[in-house]
Design a protein around this ligand. Structure first.
Ligand code: FES
Length: 81
């Protein structure tokens, strides 16, 4: 199966490339971004990021492709953290 690279544009304007199934934390680290964590089980929301306008919990999801193969990511700000 051919793996296509997905371009990720981060909130600090860095760009990285990932493949489907890569985890968000190491990709963020490659871009110089630290995604905060809490529970690591998907329940607290500390690790939420915004991927093309959709909120994703980084600890329970992997990078998925989209038609354009470009993901725009920013950290969501949670007033409770
Ligand atoms: S670290 Fe708690 S939801 Fe991801």
């Amino acid at each position: 199966m051919k793996e296509s690279k997905i371009k990720i544009k981060w909130s600090n304007n860095n760009e990285t490339y990932a493949t489907v199934g890569d985890d968000w934390f190491s990709s963020a680290e490659n871009a110089g971004i630290y995604i905060p964590t809490g529970c690591l089980t998907g329940s607290c929301g500390a690790c939420e990021i915004d991927v093309n306008g959709e909120t994703v919990r980084a600890c329970i999801s992997n990078i998925k492709g989209n038609k354009k193969c470009l993901l725009k990511v920013s950290l969501t700000t949670d007033p409770f953290w």
